[in-house]
Design a binder for this molecule. Structure first.
Ligand code: KIV
Ligand code: ZN
Length: 403
């Protein structure tokens, strides 16, 4: 029996995910999501792009200060979440990123530069030599600030593999500790992407000294398949977002990768330390705060993911759930609550229900919790029917919009 490696879950919901059209999160909303990601067991949170705006800087800094040391729910992970900030390969970004993340006990700078000819020619107006020079000096500068530095060749999957080998070998020599193969436009097939990862690992100099990461987009609906192909070909870090949110058709979804390697564990040489029971609650929270609805038939976290409509299926499930269920709903946090929330409900019931919709543990401060409780009581008093999850979510959204 071979030994499995731990898969590092790098969550970029707050950086690439927030780049979804129409999504903007406030500083407090980002902090509450980061707390939940920490409880979920995510290894690295990419908290934002500090130079993008003063609000982004503040959010990354607050996450470093308020979430970077938390250990609640992280027994299996064994250490606090690493707080990462994103920067282009330019000194002002890298310096600002370090200022924003430095208060977290574990922190990392992520710097990126496009390497494909199409990006070099039309976007950056840069030669290949200039690209190498810029990438190397960015990594050196980041390394002068912190020991963990990730480099991403943007549009790496459409870059000339031989040029990619040269760039990655040089950024590793300059101090990069993670190299991230990015399929920025979701172009590759799983076979091609897996082969590319294997080829790079085989040919890049000192490839065994760094963590290999993959970052996929979903333009052709293949982000999860490509990420899994990356894992089977040697990647030990995956960059993902909750509900797969992100630019255009989105990023690889965290819940899909986790439940694939859990459900089909013999297929993958890795294990994870995510608390899967928090997947659905976290999905609800992210959907609520970003305003991005989850499609009903979305794998793992969609409303219909565990519902059975046809008579034949219902008959089968009633006889034995395994006829049509490959995952137990309770393992991903699908709850069927028998507690009705109304004016007689106490704090315990509210707290339990909040946990089930993503606001458990320390995600809300004591003040925020008191505020939710008193608004709940007012609403329950004035309502003829029970207080629903949507009512609770509305109370929470209102809380954040007034903060
Ligand atoms: O899609 C992408 O290429 C990115 C990075 C810059 C890693 O988000
Ligand atoms: Zn991306």
């Amino acid at each position: 029996m071979y030994k499995k490696n731990k898969l590092i879950i790098f969550d970029t919901t707050l950086r690439d995910g927030e780049q979804s059209p129409g999504v903007t999160l406030s500083v407090d909303e980002k902090v509450v999501i980061a707390k939940q990601l920490s409880r979920l067991g995510v290894d690295v949170v990419e908290a934002g792009f500090p130079v993008a705006s003063p609000g982004d800087f503040l959010a990354v800094q607050k996450i470093a200060q308020e979430v970077g040391h938390l250990m609640e729910g992280r027994e299996k992970v064994g250490k606090p979440i690493t707080v990462c900030g994103f920067s282009r390969a330019v000194p002002k970004d890298i310096e600002a990123t370090f200022q924003a993340i430095k208060d977290a006990p574990c922190h990392m700078i992520h710097t990126a530069l496009a390497t494909s000819d199409i990006h070099l020619k039309y976007k950056l107006n840069m030669s290949r030599d200039q690209c190498i020079e810029r990438a190397v000096s960015a990594v050196k500068l980041a390394k002068s600030f912190c020991k963990d530095v990730e480099f991403s060749p943007e549009d790496g999957a459409r870059s000339d593999p031989e040029f990619l080998i040269e760039v990655l070998s040089k950024v590793i020599a300059a101090g990069a500790t993670v190299v991230n193969v990015a399929d920025t436009v979701g172009y590759k097939t799983p076979r091609e992407f897996g082969n590319l990862v294997a080829y790079l690992i085989e040919h890049v100099k000192d490839s065994d000294k760094v963590m290999w990461s993959v970052h996929c987009h979903n333009d052709l609906g293949l982000a999860t398949a490509n990420t899994l192909a990356g894992i089977t070909n040697g990647a030990l870090q995956v960059e993902v977002t909750m509900n797969g949110i992100g630019e255009r058709a989105g990023n690889t979804s965290l819940e899909e990768v986790i439940m694939n390697i859990q459900t089909r564990s013999l297929e993958y040489p890795v294990y994870h330390t995510i608390n899967t029971k928090l997947l659905v609650p976290t999905s609800k929270m992210v959907s609520d705060l970003t305003g991005m609805a989850v499609q009903p038939n979305k794998a793992i976290v969609g409303r219909n993911a565990f519902l059975h409509e046809s008579g034949i299926h219902q008959d089968g499930v009633l006889k034995n759930k395994e006829t049509y269920e490959i995952i137990r709903p309770e393992d991903v946090g699908v709850y069927t609550s028998n507690i009705l929330l109304g004016k007689h409900s106490g704090r315990h019931a509210i707290k339990t229900r909040l946990e089930e919709i993503g606001y458990g543990g320390n995600s809300l401060t004591d003040d925020q919790m008191n505020n939710v409780f008193s608004r709940f009581k007012n609403l329950a008093d004035s309502k003829k029917s029970a207080v629903t999850d949507d009512d609770l979510l509305a109370i929470i959204s209102d809380l954040f919009s007034r903060a």
